[in-house]
Ligand binder design. Structure first.
Ligand code: KDO
Length: 330
Protein backbone atom coordinates (compact mmCIF):
# COMPACT_ATOMS: atom_id res chain seq x y z
CA UNK A 1 0.00 0.00 0.00
CA UNK A 2 0.93 3.61 -0.41
CA UNK A 3 1.17 4.24 3.31
CA UNK A 4 3.42 1.24 3.89
CA UNK A 5 5.58 2.33 0.98
CA UNK A 6 6.08 5.86 2.25
CA UNK A 7 6.73 4.59 5.79
CA UNK A 8 9.43 2.32 4.40
CA UNK A 9 10.99 5.16 2.43
CA UNK A 10 10.89 7.31 5.56
CA UNK A 11 12.65 4.64 7.57
CA UNK A 12 15.27 4.26 4.86
CA UNK A 13 15.91 7.99 4.73
CA UNK A 14 16.22 8.09 8.50
CA UNK A 15 18.64 5.17 8.56
CA UNK A 16 20.61 6.86 5.79
CA UNK A 17 20.96 10.11 7.73
CA UNK A 18 22.01 8.56 11.00
CA UNK A 19 24.41 6.08 9.38
CA UNK A 20 25.96 8.86 7.33
CA UNK A 21 26.45 11.08 10.36
CA UNK A 22 28.22 8.32 12.31
CA UNK A 23 30.30 7.10 9.40
CA UNK A 24 31.68 10.58 8.79
CA UNK A 25 33.03 11.31 12.23
CA UNK A 26 33.93 7.84 13.51
CA UNK A 27 36.61 5.57 12.21
CA UNK A 28 35.90 1.84 12.15
CA UNK A 29 38.43 -0.43 13.81
CA UNK A 30 37.89 -3.95 12.48
CA UNK A 31 39.73 -6.68 14.38
CA UNK A 32 40.00 -10.19 12.99
CA UNK A 33 40.87 -13.16 15.21
CA UNK A 34 40.53 -16.96 15.08
CA UNK A 35 39.43 -16.75 18.73
CA UNK A 36 35.78 -17.07 19.71
CA UNK A 37 33.63 -14.29 21.14
CA UNK A 38 33.87 -15.85 24.62
CA UNK A 39 37.67 -16.19 24.59
CA UNK A 40 39.07 -14.02 27.39
CA UNK A 41 41.11 -11.84 25.01
CA UNK A 42 37.98 -11.18 22.91
CA UNK A 43 35.96 -10.39 26.04
CA UNK A 44 38.44 -7.89 27.43
CA UNK A 45 38.86 -6.14 24.09
CA UNK A 46 35.08 -5.86 23.70
CA UNK A 47 34.48 -4.76 27.30
CA UNK A 48 37.51 -2.54 27.86
CA UNK A 49 39.06 -1.49 24.55
CA UNK A 50 35.84 -0.85 22.60
CA UNK A 51 34.14 1.45 25.14
CA UNK A 52 37.39 3.36 25.81
CA UNK A 53 37.76 4.42 22.16
CA UNK A 54 34.03 4.82 21.47
CA UNK A 55 34.28 8.63 21.43
CA UNK A 56 35.97 8.58 18.03
CA UNK A 57 36.11 4.96 16.87
CA UNK A 58 33.71 2.08 16.36
CA UNK A 59 35.42 -1.14 17.47
CA UNK A 60 34.22 -3.98 15.22
CA UNK A 61 35.55 -7.44 16.14
CA UNK A 62 35.23 -10.45 13.82
CA UNK A 63 35.63 -13.81 15.55
CA UNK A 64 36.43 -17.40 14.50
CA UNK A 65 38.58 -16.20 11.59
CA UNK A 66 35.38 -15.16 9.81
CA UNK A 67 36.94 -12.04 8.25
CA UNK A 68 40.60 -13.04 7.67
CA UNK A 69 42.15 -16.53 7.77
CA UNK A 70 44.42 -17.31 10.73
CA UNK A 71 47.95 -16.21 9.91
CA UNK A 72 46.96 -13.68 7.20
CA UNK A 73 45.96 -10.84 9.53
CA UNK A 74 49.29 -8.98 9.43
CA UNK A 75 49.29 -8.93 5.62
CA UNK A 76 45.73 -7.62 5.69
CA UNK A 77 46.71 -4.78 8.03
CA UNK A 78 49.80 -4.02 5.94
CA UNK A 79 47.71 -3.75 2.78
CA UNK A 80 45.05 -1.56 4.41
CA UNK A 81 42.30 -4.21 4.46
CA UNK A 82 42.16 -4.57 8.25
CA UNK A 83 42.81 -2.25 11.20
CA UNK A 84 43.59 -4.61 14.09
CA UNK A 85 44.50 -8.15 15.13
CA UNK A 86 45.95 -10.02 18.06
CA UNK A 87 49.07 -11.43 16.48
CA UNK A 88 51.58 -13.99 17.68
CA UNK A 89 55.37 -13.91 17.81
CA UNK A 90 55.23 -16.96 15.52
CA UNK A 91 53.30 -15.00 12.87
CA UNK A 92 55.71 -12.08 13.18
CA UNK A 93 58.62 -14.52 12.82
CA UNK A 94 57.44 -15.36 9.29
CA UNK A 95 58.36 -11.75 8.38
CA UNK A 96 61.11 -11.10 10.94
CA UNK A 97 62.88 -14.32 11.99
CA UNK A 98 64.27 -12.72 15.16
CA UNK A 99 60.74 -12.77 16.64
CA UNK A 100 61.11 -16.53 17.05
CA UNK A 101 62.94 -15.79 20.29
CA UNK A 102 59.55 -14.91 21.84
CA UNK A 103 58.04 -18.09 20.36
CA UNK A 104 60.66 -20.41 21.80
CA UNK A 105 59.73 -23.03 24.36
CA UNK A 106 60.53 -22.29 28.00
CA UNK A 107 61.79 -18.70 27.41
CA UNK A 108 58.99 -16.62 28.91
CA UNK A 109 58.45 -17.71 32.51
CA UNK A 110 55.05 -16.26 33.36
CA UNK A 111 52.59 -13.45 32.59
CA UNK A 112 54.54 -10.75 34.47
CA UNK A 113 57.76 -11.74 32.71
CA UNK A 114 55.99 -11.23 29.36
CA UNK A 115 54.99 -7.70 30.39
CA UNK A 116 58.50 -6.84 31.63
CA UNK A 117 60.00 -8.08 28.37
CA UNK A 118 57.45 -6.20 26.25
CA UNK A 119 58.05 -2.91 28.08
CA UNK A 120 61.84 -3.26 28.23
CA UNK A 121 64.09 -1.24 25.87
CA UNK A 122 65.22 -4.59 24.39
CA UNK A 123 61.82 -4.69 22.63
CA UNK A 124 62.21 -1.30 20.90
CA UNK A 125 64.13 -2.44 17.79
CA UNK A 126 61.63 -5.32 17.36
CA UNK A 127 58.63 -2.98 17.56
CA UNK A 128 60.30 -0.39 15.32
CA UNK A 129 61.00 -2.90 12.58
CA UNK A 130 57.41 -4.14 12.50
CA UNK A 131 56.21 -0.54 12.32
CA UNK A 132 58.65 0.55 9.60
CA UNK A 133 58.52 -2.52 7.39
CA UNK A 134 54.96 -3.80 7.89
CA UNK A 135 53.07 -0.66 8.92
CA UNK A 136 51.88 -2.37 12.11
CA UNK A 137 52.15 -0.99 15.63
CA UNK A 138 52.37 -3.48 18.52
CA UNK A 139 50.46 -1.74 21.32
CA UNK A 140 50.39 -4.20 24.21
CA UNK A 141 51.02 -7.81 25.15
CA UNK A 142 48.07 -10.09 25.90
CA UNK A 143 48.42 -13.25 27.96
CA UNK A 144 47.17 -16.42 26.29
CA UNK A 145 48.50 -18.82 28.89
CA UNK A 146 50.64 -21.93 29.42
CA UNK A 147 50.39 -24.32 26.51
CA UNK A 148 50.07 -28.00 27.36
CA UNK A 149 49.80 -31.25 25.41
CA UNK A 150 46.17 -32.37 25.06
CA UNK A 151 45.59 -35.84 23.55
CA UNK A 152 42.75 -38.11 22.42
CA UNK A 153 44.38 -41.18 24.01
CA UNK A 154 43.57 -42.12 27.59
CA UNK A 155 46.60 -42.01 29.86
CA UNK A 156 46.50 -45.80 30.17
CA UNK A 157 47.33 -45.93 26.46
CA UNK A 158 49.83 -43.08 26.33
CA UNK A 159 51.48 -41.73 29.46
CA UNK A 160 53.30 -38.53 28.45
CA UNK A 161 56.12 -38.06 30.95
CA UNK A 162 59.04 -37.21 28.65
CA UNK A 163 59.53 -36.06 25.02
CA UNK A 164 60.25 -39.68 24.03
CA UNK A 165 56.64 -40.52 24.93
CA UNK A 166 55.45 -38.19 22.15
CA UNK A 167 57.31 -40.08 19.41
CA UNK A 168 54.94 -40.73 16.53
CA UNK A 169 52.12 -38.67 18.05
CA UNK A 170 50.38 -36.51 15.42
CA UNK A 171 50.18 -33.22 17.22
CA UNK A 172 48.29 -30.38 15.61
CA UNK A 173 50.30 -27.16 15.82
CA UNK A 174 49.40 -23.82 14.16
CA UNK A 175 50.68 -23.47 10.64
CA UNK A 176 53.94 -21.56 10.68
CA UNK A 177 57.57 -22.72 10.80
CA UNK A 178 58.16 -21.49 14.35
CA UNK A 179 55.12 -23.44 15.59
CA UNK A 180 56.03 -26.58 13.69
CA UNK A 181 59.56 -26.42 15.09
CA UNK A 182 58.19 -26.22 18.62
CA UNK A 183 56.04 -29.31 18.00
CA UNK A 184 59.08 -31.20 16.77
CA UNK A 185 61.17 -29.93 19.69
CA UNK A 186 58.56 -31.43 22.03
CA UNK A 187 59.24 -34.81 20.46
CA UNK A 188 55.99 -35.07 18.47
CA UNK A 189 55.05 -35.24 14.79
CA UNK A 190 53.68 -31.73 14.22
CA UNK A 191 50.74 -31.29 11.80
CA UNK A 192 49.84 -27.76 10.62
CA UNK A 193 46.15 -26.88 10.82
CA UNK A 194 44.01 -23.78 11.36
CA UNK A 195 42.60 -23.30 14.85
CA UNK A 196 38.99 -23.47 13.63
CA UNK A 197 39.54 -27.00 12.28
CA UNK A 198 40.93 -28.57 15.46
CA UNK A 199 37.69 -29.77 17.08
CA UNK A 200 36.61 -31.84 14.07
CA UNK A 201 40.14 -33.16 13.55
CA UNK A 202 40.23 -34.40 17.15
CA UNK A 203 36.75 -35.84 16.85
CA UNK A 204 37.51 -37.79 13.68
CA UNK A 205 41.02 -38.78 14.76
CA UNK A 206 42.80 -37.09 11.89
CA UNK A 207 45.14 -35.73 14.58
CA UNK A 208 46.05 -37.34 17.92
CA UNK A 209 46.14 -34.12 19.87
CA UNK A 210 46.72 -30.42 20.05
CA UNK A 211 48.49 -27.93 22.30
CA UNK A 212 46.80 -24.93 23.90
CA UNK A 213 46.32 -23.35 27.32
CA UNK A 214 43.55 -24.73 29.57
CA UNK A 215 41.14 -21.78 29.01
CA UNK A 216 41.29 -22.46 25.26
CA UNK A 217 40.72 -26.20 25.79
CA UNK A 218 37.56 -25.29 27.69
CA UNK A 219 36.36 -22.40 25.51
CA UNK A 220 36.74 -24.47 22.31
CA UNK A 221 35.31 -27.57 24.05
CA UNK A 222 38.32 -29.72 23.13
CA UNK A 223 37.68 -31.61 26.38
CA UNK A 224 34.68 -33.21 24.67
CA UNK A 225 36.96 -34.96 22.17
CA UNK A 226 40.15 -35.61 24.21
CA UNK A 227 41.06 -37.74 27.23
CA UNK A 228 44.18 -36.26 28.80
CA UNK A 229 46.36 -33.21 29.36
CA UNK A 230 50.05 -33.50 30.17
CA UNK A 231 50.93 -30.18 31.83
CA UNK A 232 54.10 -29.53 29.86
CA UNK A 233 53.86 -25.70 30.08
CA UNK A 234 56.12 -25.70 27.02
CA UNK A 235 55.22 -22.15 26.01
CA UNK A 236 53.95 -19.30 28.17
CA UNK A 237 52.08 -17.93 25.20
CA UNK A 238 51.21 -14.37 24.24
CA UNK A 239 49.58 -12.24 21.57
CA UNK A 240 50.41 -8.66 20.70
CA UNK A 241 47.62 -6.19 20.05
CA UNK A 242 48.46 -5.14 16.49
CA UNK A 243 47.20 -1.80 15.12
CA UNK A 244 47.42 -0.26 11.65
CA UNK A 245 50.10 2.45 11.53
CA UNK A 246 48.22 4.16 8.67
CA UNK A 247 45.14 4.49 10.90
CA UNK A 248 47.28 5.51 13.90
CA UNK A 249 48.82 8.34 11.87
CA UNK A 250 45.36 9.76 11.15
CA UNK A 251 44.53 10.05 14.86
CA UNK A 252 45.18 13.15 16.97
CA UNK A 253 47.82 12.80 19.72
CA UNK A 254 44.99 12.62 22.31
CA UNK A 255 43.25 9.86 20.38
CA UNK A 256 46.54 7.96 20.04
CA UNK A 257 47.05 8.16 23.80
CA UNK A 258 43.49 6.89 24.34
CA UNK A 259 44.03 3.94 21.97
CA UNK A 260 47.34 3.09 23.66
CA UNK A 261 45.84 3.17 27.14
CA UNK A 262 42.75 1.24 26.03
CA UNK A 263 44.98 -1.52 24.62
CA UNK A 264 47.05 -1.72 27.81
CA UNK A 265 43.96 -1.74 30.02
CA UNK A 266 42.29 -4.46 27.93
CA UNK A 267 45.46 -6.56 28.07
CA UNK A 268 45.69 -6.19 31.85
CA UNK A 269 42.04 -7.08 32.41
CA UNK A 270 42.30 -10.08 30.07
CA UNK A 271 45.53 -11.21 31.75
CA UNK A 272 43.99 -11.27 35.23
CA UNK A 273 40.90 -13.11 34.01
CA UNK A 274 42.95 -15.64 32.08
CA UNK A 275 45.28 -16.35 35.03
CA UNK A 276 42.26 -16.97 37.24
CA UNK A 277 40.78 -19.36 34.67
CA UNK A 278 44.02 -21.29 34.35
CA UNK A 279 43.95 -21.87 38.08
CA UNK A 280 40.29 -22.88 38.23
CA UNK A 281 40.03 -25.05 35.15
CA UNK A 282 42.12 -28.04 36.25
CA UNK A 283 39.25 -29.05 38.52
CA UNK A 284 36.70 -28.44 35.77
CA UNK A 285 38.62 -30.62 33.31
CA UNK A 286 39.12 -33.42 35.84
CA UNK A 287 35.42 -33.27 36.49
CA UNK A 288 34.84 -33.78 32.76
CA UNK A 289 36.81 -37.02 33.05
CA UNK A 290 40.20 -35.92 31.69
CA UNK A 291 43.45 -37.05 33.25
CA UNK A 292 45.36 -33.84 34.01
CA UNK A 293 48.87 -34.51 35.25
CA UNK A 294 52.38 -33.14 35.46
CA UNK A 295 55.12 -34.78 33.35
CA UNK A 296 58.88 -34.69 33.96
CA UNK A 297 59.24 -30.94 33.34
CA UNK A 298 63.02 -31.01 33.53
CA UNK A 299 63.14 -33.60 30.76
CA UNK A 300 60.84 -31.49 28.54
CA UNK A 301 62.65 -28.22 29.25
CA UNK A 302 66.10 -29.63 28.57
CA UNK A 303 65.05 -31.45 25.42
CA UNK A 304 63.18 -28.46 23.96
CA UNK A 305 65.97 -26.00 24.75
CA UNK A 306 68.58 -28.32 23.24
CA UNK A 307 66.67 -28.35 19.93
CA UNK A 308 66.89 -24.55 19.61
CA UNK A 309 70.63 -24.35 20.31
CA UNK A 310 72.37 -24.06 16.94
CA UNK A 311 69.05 -23.99 15.02
CA UNK A 312 68.39 -21.50 12.20
CA UNK A 313 65.94 -19.81 14.57
CA UNK A 314 68.59 -19.16 17.21
CA UNK A 315 70.91 -17.79 14.51
CA UNK A 316 68.41 -15.01 13.84
CA UNK A 317 68.31 -13.83 17.47
CA UNK A 318 70.16 -10.55 17.98
CA UNK A 319 73.17 -10.91 20.21
CA UNK A 320 72.53 -10.62 23.93
CA UNK A 321 68.71 -10.53 23.74
CA UNK A 322 68.16 -13.99 25.23
CA UNK A 323 70.37 -13.04 28.17
CA UNK A 324 68.39 -9.82 28.67
CA UNK A 325 65.10 -11.75 28.57
CA UNK A 326 66.42 -14.24 31.11
CA UNK A 327 67.65 -11.41 33.34
CA UNK A 328 64.09 -10.00 33.42
CA UNK A 329 62.82 -13.31 34.77
CA UNK A 330 63.17 -14.85 38.17
C1 KDO B 1 46.27 -21.81 18.01
O1 KDO B 1 46.01 -21.75 16.81
O2 KDO B 1 46.49 -22.87 18.60
C2 KDO B 1 46.35 -20.50 18.78
O3 KDO B 1 46.40 -20.78 20.17
C3 KDO B 1 47.59 -19.71 18.36
C4 KDO B 1 47.57 -18.33 18.97
O4 KDO B 1 48.63 -17.55 18.45
C5 KDO B 1 46.24 -17.61 18.75
O5 KDO B 1 46.20 -17.14 17.46
C6 KDO B 1 45.06 -18.52 19.08
O6 KDO B 1 45.18 -19.79 18.48
C7 KDO B 1 43.72 -17.98 18.56
O7 KDO B 1 43.51 -16.67 18.98
C8 KDO B 1 42.56 -18.85 19.04
O8 KDO B 1 42.52 -18.91 20.44
Amino acid sequence: TRRAFSAAVGALALAGTSLGAFAQDKITLRLSTPASETDQRSVSLANVFGPAVAGFAAYEPHYNASLVAQGSELESIASGDLEMSITSAQELATFFPEFSIFATGYVHQNAEHQVRVFNDPLMEPFKQKVEDELGVKLLAVMYLGRRHVNLRFPRSEKNVMTPADLAGVNLRMPGSDAWQFLGKALGANPTPMAFTEIYTALQTGSVDGQDNPLPTVVDAKFYEVTKQISLTSHLVDLNYIAFSKAVWDKLTPEQQATVQKAAEDAAESGRQAQLKKEEDLVAFLKDKGLDVYEPDLKAFREHVQAQYVGSSFAEAWPEGVLEKINALGN
